[in-house]
Each structure stands twice: as structure tokens, then as C-alpha cells.
Write a protein that binds this ligand. Structure first.
Ligand SMILES: [Zn+2]
Length: 279
């Protein structure tokens, strides 16, 4: 049984090296540009502002940013981390998100080479980064992301090697993944509300894991939840011990689900490993 779906597969392996390098570099640069748009989404969607109008402007002096001052990562360095007009500092988050999106895109292109699923996985990682940023800053997971994730996940399932072999199996596994993702958090939410007499799990997390499940199938919903819980616990304990938050303070779970969901594009299926250990 093939444990890893992907690897520098088929086409890229046969292709000339320069083609592979240009392809990966192009996807990385495309990712940085999308990262610039990711910053716009993160900043404006929680404020209910349009993501198209007005054009990018300095958040201090409102001057429109020219295209040559809006080149991802590069402009941040050239401008010396300050606005060209008013000199107010530009947050490190902008180049960070640009680089992060570029890297996330690069890994998908590297791993899945030229498969049909690549553009859909790029959308998936764009949404994971947007959701993480918005959940950290505003404690919400906008439906526009989680619901579109479900739709795109199911819609692209026939191309998705993570979901099995034939088209029928893939569509079925995608639907099952969506149901498992939403269902398991619904159950945990009901259980938590009953045990602690307060809302334990947000509806946003439920829709997010349903969307992740539609992309990676029902097996990996469980490893996503497991990895997210482990990461969440480690970071949570660290934040409490270092007094960065109160003991009863709120830590959004969305970023951990998103990170675990992204990691699951690359790691082997946990249930297949378990079954190989047992039989
Ligand atoms: Zn300015």
C-alpha cells in the first residue's frame, strides 16, 4: 500500500530540471502575491469591508500604495519597514504572511507536482492561512471561507488522490469526511456544553473541520483533530505558564485545526499505518 500520496511524482520527475525549478519558483512567487491578498482579507473581512475597494493604502496616513511599494516581501525590505509617505512602521505580519503563503504553495507544488488537484490544494492552504489570522485577531471563522471550503472540497474530490482511487470512492470519502468533521465537533460541543454548562466549541470550528474533512477524507479528520488538540494543549500551557493569557482566557482553536489540516496533506494516513501494525 502506498503510504505517501504524492512525492515528486510522474511528470516532474521526468521533466528537465530547469522546468521543475521554474515551475516551483513560479508557484512560490504566485503564493507570495496571494499572500498579499491574504493580508487584505485578514484585515478587512472581520471589519466587514470590501476586499476590492479601496485599493491598498497605508493604515496610518491613508495614502494609496503604489504597485512598486506593494511587491510582496521585497518592498518591506526596500522601504526599511516604514511607509514611504508618513514613515509609520509596517507590521512584520505582512511579509510574514506573504512568505508563509508562498512556502505553503511551494510545498504543495513540490509534493503534488502537476496533478489536477494542485490548484484546489492551493485554495485550501490560502483558506487555512486566512482563517488562522482572522480567528487569532477576531475570534471568528467567516462562513465565506469554511462553507466555500466544503463546496470546493466536494467539487474537486474526483481529482483528489488523498480520497482513494476511483471517482466514486473519492466523492463518497469527501462527503463522509465532511460529515465526520462536522459530526465529531457537534458531538464534542454537545458533550462539552452538558459537562461544563457553557459553549465549549464554536460553530465556526465545526464548519472548518467539515471543510477540512471534505478535502482529506474521514480517516484524516481524526488525525487532524488529534494533532490540533496536541498542538493546542502545548501552546495553551505555554501561554498560561508564561502569563501571556489568563488561566481561563480564550485560545482560538481554528488556527490549530488549520495547521493540522494542512500538515495532513503530506503525512501518511494514520489508520493505514495502524492497520499495517496490527495485521
Ligand atoms: Zn503612511
Amino acid at each position: 500500500m502506498e503510504l505517501f500520496n504524492g512525492g515528486l511524482l510522474d511528470v516532474l520527475k521526468e521533466a528537465p530540471v530547469f522546468f521543475t525549478i521554474i515551475y516551483l519558483l513560479a508557484v512560490f512567487i504566485f503564493g507570495c502575491l496571494i499572500g498579499s491578498f491574504t493580508n487584505v482579507c485578514m484585515y478587512r473581512i472581520p471589519l466587514d469591508q470590501s476586499i476590492c475597494h479601496p485599493r491598498s493604502h497605508c493604515t496610518s496616513c491613508n495614502t494609496l500604495i503604489s504597485w512598486y511599494d506593494n511587491v510582496p516581501i521585497f518592498s518591506y525590505i526596500v522601504l526599511g519597514r516604514k511607509c514611504r509617505h508618513c514613515g509609520s512602521p509596517i507590521s512584520w505580519r505582512y511579509p510574514f504572511v506573504e512568505f508563509l503563503t508562498g512556502t505553503a504553495f511551494f510545498l504543495i507544488a513540490y509534493y503534488y507536482s502537476l496533478q489536477m488537484i494542485v490548484p484546489f490544494f492551493l485554495y485550501y492552504s490560502f483558506v487555512m492561512i486566512c482563517i488562522s489570522g482572522i480567528d487569532i485577531s477576531s475570534q471568528i471563522i467567516p462562513d465565506v471561507f469554511s462553507l466555500s471550503l466544503i463546496a470546493v472540497g466536494i467539487g474537486s474530490s474526483i481529482f483528489n488522490p488523498l480520497l482513494g482511487n476511483g471517482p466514486g470512492e473519492r466523492i463518497f470519502n469527501s462527503l463522509l469526511g465532511m460529515g465526520a468533521g462536522g459530526g465529531i465537533l457537534l458531538l464534542l460541543g454537545i458533550l462539552g456544553t452538558w459537562m461544563f454548562k457553557k459553549d465549549a466549541m464554536g460553530g465556526g470550528d465545526l464548519k472548518l473541520l467539515a471543510g477540512i474533512g471534505a478535502f482529506i477524507g474521514w480517516h484524516k479528520v481524526f488525525s487532524t483533530l488529534f494533532i490540533a488538540s496536541v498542538l493546542g494543549t502545548i501552546i495553551g500551557v505555554y501561554l498560561i505558564l508564561s502569563k501571556k493569557i489568563e488561566r481561563r482566557g480564550y485560545i482560538p482553536f481554528g488556527p490549530f485545526l488549520a495547521l493540522a489540516g494542512y500538515i495532513n496533506l503530506f503525512i501518511p494516513d494514520p489508520l493505514i499505518i495502524l492497520s499495517q501494525l496490527w495485521f
